[in-house]
Design a protein around this ligand. Structure first.
Ligand code: SAH
Length: 254
């Protein structure tokens, strides 16, 4: 079933008016007809609204509410992916896959060994494009929320931001030996918080060239723990996805 995101302001009583590119998608790509069902999120984590299409207008679709279900497709933690800016179009791949795997926010980080350099103007355009990639992936994977993609940050800014949003902060480091601490740390995520709120988990991934020792030291001093992701060296676009897929296994699969 088609899953879309709607602004609560467009949900009036039982009526929802959809405008923008989704209308063309529904009408001309999926060839939907009045009477067809659509699942709708309003950004709240645990609600799935069911609507049926009542009519298509020039540039809008009018839908009628038929039911609300309690359905949470979000992870029980909030993962923040701090991704060292990769080369070329790889960031789009990382965003698409990370959204499928349940990421909550993605923060592109300009690290010392990043080849990609973005000036302010290009960064803004990229961030806009990246947000669209996140939205499409969120629709596709039937997420309840659209993950936020930030403007690129420096490593210092990223470290500071992680301190504000995440209870558990890790940095998968290619030179880190597995000593059992990765598993022990992940296990702590299973413990509920006293106030019942979801825990934030920050994960820092280096770019193609990896981390400089100095960066690992700075991160460690700010309470970010270097961890191993196993015996093989993963590409920058694989590493974050590996970590996120662990979270599903650890916290979601019964
Ligand atoms: N050029 C480096 C590898 C960089 S891999 C080298 O040849 O050693 C890119 C990033 O992925 C790393 O900075 C790290 O964050 C992550 N990564 C890849 N494999 C890893 C592993 N086995 N353990 C921990 N982190 C890893």
């Amino acid at each position: 079933m088609l899953h879309i995101f709607a602004d609560p302001a467009d949900m009036q009583g039982d009526l929802l008016t959809v405008r923008g590119p989704e209308v063309n998608h529904m009408k001309n790509v999926l060839r939907m007809k009045p009477g067809d069902e659509v699942s709708v999120s309003d950004g709240r984590q645990d609600k799935d609204y069911r609507y049926v299409i009542t009519e298509f207008q020039e540039d809008a679709a009018v839908l009628n509410l038929v039911g609300v279900e309690e359905k949470d497709t979000e992870l029980p933690v909030l993962p923040y992916l701090f991704q060292g800016l990769p080369k070329g179009e790889k960031m789009e791949l990382v965003i698409q896959k990370a959204v499928e795997l349940g990421v909550y926010e993605i923060i592109p980080v300009s690290m010392r060994r990043c080849v990609a350099k973005l000036d302010e103007k290009r960064a803004e355009k990229k961030a806009e494009r990246w947000q669209k990639v996140a939205e499409a992936a969120a629709m596709q994977s039937k997420r309840r929320v659209i993950p936020r993609i930030h403007m690129p940050m420096t490593m210092q800014e990223a470290i500071r931001y992680a301190q504000t949003c995440a209870d558990v902060r890790v940095l998968p480091y290619e030179n880190q030996q597995d000593d059992g601490s990765t598993k022990a740390l992940l296990e702590t995520l299973r413990e509920p918080t006293p106030d019942g709120k979801k825990k934030g988990v920050a994960v820092f991934i280096g770019p193609e060239g990896g981390f400089e020792e100095e960066e690992v030291k700075e991160a460690r001093e700010a309470g970010i723990r270097p961890i191993s992701l196993g015996k093989r060296i993963l590409r920058t676009e694989t590493a974050g996805l590996m970590f996120l897929s662990w979270l599903t296994y650890l916290l979601e699969i019964s």
